[in-house]
Write a protein that binds this ligand. Structure first.
Ligand SMILES: Nc1ncnc2c1ncn2[C@@H]1O[C@H](COP(=O)(O)OP(=O)(O)OP(=O)(O)O)[C@@H](O)[C@H]1O
Ligand SMILES: [Mg+2]
Length: 267
């Protein structure tokens, strides 16, 4: 096994509408690892997630994002997804008229498609998974995640509760099998059942073939997902990293002491 991290973020600076939000952030995630990223509101957590997925509004002004040793900075979001990066959004959109099953099949076919596009920019159709094969896969994954079969026929996120949206995301992750998954959680609004759903899904999927970066505000979710690493982001940079125990310490002490520490340790 090579020691190249699957995802390496190096000294990343990102600006949104001319304002610098990330100010030299570095982090590495390997398959098999669960990382938790915590930090106060507005510290840049979602900015990092959006930048990793290639959202056009987030301008990388310097630094690197390497996926399996290759820079992905010039890649479109769909190319990043095909390489094996996945992002679960903090605020997923509803797509009325598109069922969960159809959405997932299209997403999987897009993920499996060869990277060259044809002339009009549409996805090539020759590769992909057939409807029957897909139904079997979907049924199997929904079974593993203990989801009701009727869920697959509902329109994506249309009238979904917070917990159901999370379930849909986890199912998407189970179908797409990314190598690195980034999960930007809005803990607020999720009840304890939804937290458990997310956690069980992550625990079931994370393993030697997948690494996870979980963005979260509360220790609560980390009672279910045991992170190998916890990072604290303050003002666009990681100011402290540690093991699972760091999340507990944050729960007890808040973020102010991390800020203080940052000032002491900054060169
Ligand atoms: N698209 C955008 N347009 C303008 N400002 C933005 C945009 N995205 C992020 N920002 C700004 O960047 C800063 C960091 O925001 P970000 O969403 O990354 O924080 P966060 O750590 O995810 O916060 P939270 O914990 O509240 O989710 C904020 O000041 C925010 O207003
Ligand atoms: Mg956020």
């Amino acid at each position: 096994m090579s020691d190249t991290p699957d995802l390496a973020v190096r000294d990343l600076h990102v600006a949104v509408e001319g304002k610098e939000i990330l100010k030299g952030l570095s982090v590495e995630v390997r398959k098999g690892e669960i990382h938790a990223l915590m930090g106060p509101n507005g510290s840049g957590k979602s900015t990092l997630a959006n930048t990793l997925m290639g959202h056009p509004r987030y301008e990388v002004t310097s630094g690197q994002i390497l996926f399996k040793g290759q820079s992905i900075l010039d890649m479109e979001p769909d190319e990043r997804s095909r390489l094996g990066l996945f992002m679960a959004f903090q605020y997923p959109v509803a797509i009325p008229g598109v069922s969960v099953a159809n959405f997932l099949r299209s997403a999987l076919n897009a993920r499996l498609a060869p990277s060259e596009k044809n002339g009009n920019g549409a996805m090539p159709r020759k590769k992909g998974i057939g409807p029957k094969e897909f139904r079997t896969l979907l049924k199997e994954q929904m079974g593993l995640l203990r989801m009701d079969e009727t869920f697959a026929g509902r329109y994506l996120n249309d009238g979904f509760s917070g917990g159901e949206k999370k379930r849909a995301e986890i199912l998407q992750m189970a179908i797409l099998r990314p190598e690195i998954a980034i999960m930007d959680e809005t803990d607020s609004g999720l009840d304890i059942d939804a937290l458990r759903i997310v956690s069980e899904g992550v625990n079931a999927l994370a393993g030697p073939h997948m690494g996870v970066l979980v963005i979260t505000h509360y220790q609560r979710i980390l009672d279910y997902i045991k992170p190998h690493f916890v990072h604290v982001i303050v003002d666009g940079r990681i100011s402290l990293s540690g093991g699972a125990e760091l999340a507990l310490e944050l729960e007890n002490r808040g973020y102010d002491w991390v800020r203080d520490q940052d000032e002491v340790e900054a060169p």
